[in-house]
Design a protein around this ligand. Structure first.
Ligand code: G3P
Ligand code: CA
Length: 245
């Protein structure tokens, strides 16, 4: 992975301008020139990994209910674009496989967040790893999770895919803790990404990619501090700022 500039990851695709976690949002991020995309993965009733942030489909589709209670065939039928704008009414909830297949013809880095919180989805780690390997994308994937047991589970099956600790605050010396769970990067809540944390993490060889970095001042500050990457809803804004620095 390139390390000489702060990389721009488009959060949930390009969530500021497109319906989050849909193929049209990921395509927009790629077209803009973002180096990476971030996406959220959960399992359907028939164990198919699909890309959606919430455990329920209520907020981002025209349906109601839990992701885990729909088969893949059923969940594909919902409209995942109109809630954002009627011009996106063709959008559906993508499968992870669809995204990975699409990504084989790009250079994008793929930050796949394993949503193993409220609903645990036993076995999701192995299912996702197998798919990533099927498409030979291990060297472009970062698996992250707020559930650090999930990251340890990843390491049971694979030693090559980068893993990242997602956290909000209150973690003591996270750059050291990362190593305990076999992770090499920290995806932290923006206010936690202080110059001190960036310095300590860099010294420990741990990458930092704060989320969700949307304000001009925050973007500028992290770019100036040579942060590894930022995760933003507004990749175009971040790319423009980076060009002018
Ligand atoms: O991966 C960074 C960020 O996406 C984590 O929070 O709630 O947007 O998934 P959330
Ligand atoms: Ca996420």
């Amino acid at each position: 992975m390139p390390t000489n500039k702060t990389l721009i990851f488009a959060h949930r695709g390009s969530a500021g301008t497109h319906p989050e976690n849909t193929m049209v949002a990921f395509q927009a991020a790629q077209d803009l020139g973002a180096e990476g995309i971030e996406l959220d993965v959960q399992l359907t009733k028939d164990q198919i990994p699909v890309i959606i942030h919430d455990e329920m489909i209520n907020r981002t589709t025209n349906g109601t209910g839990w992701v885990k209670d729909f088969t893949y065939e059923e969940i594909r039928e919902f409209d995942a674009g109109s809630w954002f704008s009627s011009s996106f009414k063709q959008a559906s909830i993508p499968s992870l496989e669809e995204l990975l297949q699409w990504a084989t013809s790009s250079d994008l880095l793929l930050n796949i967040e394993l949503k193993t919180g409220i609903v645990r989805y036993p076995g999701i780690e192995k299912i996702v790893i197998d798919l990533v390997k099927k498409y030979h994308l291990a060297n472009r994937v970062i698996l992250s999770s707020f559930n650090h047991y999930s990251l340890v589970e990843v390491r049971k099956f694979d030693s090559s895919i980068e893993t990242a600790i997602l956290f909000m605050e209150g973690l003591f010396e996270p750059w050291n803790y990362a190593k305990v769970v076999g992770a090499t990067s920290l995806h932290c809540y923006l206010p936690v990404a202080t110059p001190e944390l960036l310095k300590e993490a860099k010294a420990a060889g741990v990458r930092v990619r704060p989320f969700t970095v949307n304000e001009v001042n925050d973007i500028q500050s992290l770019l100036e501090n040579n942060c590894s990457a930022i995760i933003t809803d507004w990749p175009e804004k971040a790319l423009t700022i980076r060009e002018t620095l």
